[in-house]
Design a protein around this ligand. Structure first.
Ligand code: NAP
Length: 267
């Protein structure tokens, strides 16, 4: 008989630990194996906590191919599919195959310095911003066409999934996840006689390649932030951003509706 392995990852709160213990007990009773260490042969990763717990697991395990189910234990929980009191109903649906997998595209960034190039990935966004509280100046090219010389705090490049996160707080648009786009949202853009920058978000289609070149004086004062994780490199000359070929898989129940979730969480 085929082994059915489930990974459970959870935040440190008592509620998350108790929820994980209950879920594990119910899974074992159904004949599943539950792995305490991360097992790459698992068919499902259950993330218990908030969006932060999901983002931590995603980055720690390097964007695994295994689908995620997120359970919210008292945070915003935008990625969450169920609440802890829905575990039993969920299990019935899971065992009978009454669910589907939604594939969402992360954003890939290749950060090139004078010495080498380093890849990083984010599911919500990649932010390029000044590290030293100074205005930074960036040239932004889209598919090799210069579209603007940006001046301000920085830019945030969000996926459709990330449109509801940091992007929304800084005035970006909410995007229906059926549209697989990249959204460039300025952070405190300067738009004066001295410097001209777009003051609204700009939205680009799936295949777009965005190249960002800092002015040479800022090569050492830029920080790259991927889903809240900061990376500092000396001598950054170019950052290339595009939607990833690899997807992240989210388990969805049949009644999942993005806009109902937006209304519940934001209004
Ligand atoms: P965090 O400070 O705990 O997260 C900030 C908030 O963003 C939390 O309430 C989190 O939900 C929520 N969130 C994360 N992804 C979301 C999404 N796709 N849609 C809606 N809300 C979302 O930091 P973290 O847990 O490490 O998460 C990093 C993320 O924080 C970044 O990807 C960035 O989008 C976001 N962030 C937001 C701001 C801002 O809004 N001013 C500033 C910096 C970073 P939970 O409460 O469920 O964890």
């Amino acid at each position: 008989m085929k082994r059915r392995i489930i990974n459970i990852v959870h935040s440190k709160s008592k509620f998350s630990i108790d929820t994980a213990a209950y879920f594990k007990k119910q899974l074992l009773a159904q004949g599943f194996e539950v792995s305490d260490a991360f097992n790459h042969e698992a068919e499902l990763i259950i993330s218990i906590g908030g969006d932060g717990s999901f983002l931590r697991a995603l980055h720690r395990y390097d964007f695994p191919d295994t689908p995620f189910l997120c359970i919210n234990t008292g945070h915003l929980g935008f990625f969450a599919e169920i609440d802890p009191d829905e575990i039993d109903t969920f299990l019935e649906k899971y065992v009978s195959g009454d669910f589907y997998i939604e594939e969402i595209s992360p954003i890939d960034a290749t950060v090139c310095t004078r010495d080498n190039c380093i890849d990083t990935r984010g599911i919500n966004e990649i932010v390029i911003k000044g590290d030293k509280s100074r205005t930074i100046h960036l040239s932004i090219c889209v598919n090799n066409h210069l579209i603007q010389r940006f001046s301000g705090d920085g830019i945030l490049v969000a996926t459709s999934t990330g449109s509801t996160a940091y992007n929304y707080s800084v005035g970006g648009s909410l995007v229906d996840p059926k549209l697989n786009i990249l959204q460039v949202t300025p952070l405190a853009p300067i738009n004066t006689n001295a410097y001209r920058s777009f003051t609204s978000s700009v939205i680009f289609p799936t295949e777009t390649v965005i190249k960002v070149n800092p002015e040479y004086r800022f090569e050492n004062s830029i920080v790259i932030v991927s889903d809240g994780r900061e990376y500092r490199f000396a001598g950054i000359t170019e950052v290339t951003l595009q939607l990833s070929q690899q997807t992240v898989k989210m388990l969805r129940l049949k009644d999942f509706d993005f806009w109902s979730k937006v209304i519940t969480k934001f209004l």
